[in-house]
Design a protein around this ligand. Structure first.
Ligand SMILES: [Mn+2]
Length: 378
């Protein structure tokens, strides 16, 4: 099941250099420590406030028996990986666990061991003592119709998260929600099995853009080192996640790439996927993975926007930026949110009008230097 997963690192010791990249608040100070292979030290270098939050979440978990773990609509690798890892970890503690996503569950997310645990239809007869939100920037991210039951746990790394719930662990510096689930499971003393490690590896790999995005810091690699040690196979997970494209996906990618729009002197690049394009490609499940990030990679482009026409009317958009451009501000103004360099929004209404509104807000932000970006209420 895990090609290469059984091989263990033979390294005697690893040196951790806990410096942050320039411009970031130092989280751990500069210190070195030696980690022995036979007895890996858990990565417990959290700030006091992070640790207090993790402790509260862990206490709520310890004192309850049944859990519904919920993620966001259109789950990504971080969402599914984090949900599964938390679900497996709590089961290992003898808890009763159900894992739910409003879906749709794309094919490249179903390869993980125990992926069948993820349900896309909510069993209304299940009455959990606790609902645990994972990777949800707000309660509404779990779907408009979803109502939590029991106490609420909130584990998330989005800027838009308002610390909702009875126990919240919100860390906007975390690479992925998976990193935070790792912290919680470590705190609970859950053994890091190969299955849990693989789910967490997918989460962190997906949200860091395979360790390329600016959210990739020393702590990312410290945790990932532990995951690989526990049996996660980087090559297998990357291959299952990225190398499973359908012909329709590549056709759609070709259509989008040959119809790119450049504005604001080339700093804004946008494209759209209409319902007609999805129909010709073979359905929305043929959506290309990571395409909006690829548009940002074009020389001179600072902000990229990929707009999807929704079957029910309106649009959702992925928005990416590089450097200091804060696309969370653009998304927030459009009723969405996310991270500084990666955000999104979802707007109902007439498609051409919604598309133009998204573009107008993006153009206005790009007309001024990044430091002068202003959010207008609306
Ligand atoms: Mn995430």
């Amino acid at each position: 099941m895990y090609p290469g997963g059984e091989s263990q690192l033979q390294t005697e010791a690893i040196l951790f250099d806990r410096r942050e990249p320039d411009g970031m608040m130092p989280r751990f100070g500069l210190r070195r420590e030696t980690v022995k292979q036979e007895n890996p030290v858990p990565v417990s270098s959290l700030t006091a406030s992070d640790l207090a939050q993790v402790t509260r979440v862990a206490e709520l978990i310890r004192s309850h028996q049944s859990f519904l773990i919920v993620g966001h609509v259109r789950p990504d690798g971080d969402c599914i990986g984090s949900q599964l890892a938390l679900g497996l970890g709590l089961r290992a503690l003898g808890k009763q666990v159900r894992v739910y996503t409003p879906g749709p569950l794309m094919r490249h997310l179903t390869f993980l061991p125990h992926a069948h645990m993820v349900e896309t239809a909510l069993d209304m007869s299940f009455e959990p003592e606790v609902t645990a939100y994972v990777d949800c920037g707000g309660r509404d991210r779990a779907g408009q119709d979803f109502e939590p039951r029991g106490r609420i746990i909130n584990i998330d790394h989005h800027l838009s998260n308002d610390h909702f719930g009875d126990a919240a662990y919100v860390n906007t510096r975390a690479t992925a929600a998976g990193e935070m689930v790792y912290d919680v499971l470590q705190h609970l003393g859950v053994e890091l099995t190969a299955d849990i490690a693989s789910a967490l590896y997918l989460a962190i790999m997906a949200d860091s853009g395979s360790f390329k995005f600016s959210n990739t810091v020393t702590r990312t690699f410290e945790i990932v080192t532990e995951l690989v040690r526990a049996g996660a196979s980087p090559s297998w997970i990357a291959s299952e996640f990225y190398d499973t494209q359908r012909p329709g996906t590549l056709w759609l990618k070709g259509q989008i790439l040959s119809h790119l729009h450049y504005e604001c002197e080339g700093r804004l690049c946008w494209a759209e996927i209409t319902q007609e394009m999805y129909e010709r490609a073979g359905g929305e499940s043929c959506e290309p993975e990571g395409l909006v990030s690829e548009l940002r990679s074009i020389e001179g482009v600072e902000v990229s926007v990929l707009i999807h026409e929704l079957a029910e009317g309106g649009a959702r958009a992925g928005i990416r930026s590089r450097g200091t451009w804060d696309v969370n501000m653009i998304a927030t103004e459009l009723g969405g949110g996310g991270h500084r360099n990666a955000s999104g929004c979802f707007i109902r209404g007439n498609y051409p009008e919604v598309r133009d509104r998204i573009l107008d807000v993006a153009r206005r932000h790009l007309a001024q230097p990044p430091a002068a970006q202003q959010v207008t209420a609306g």
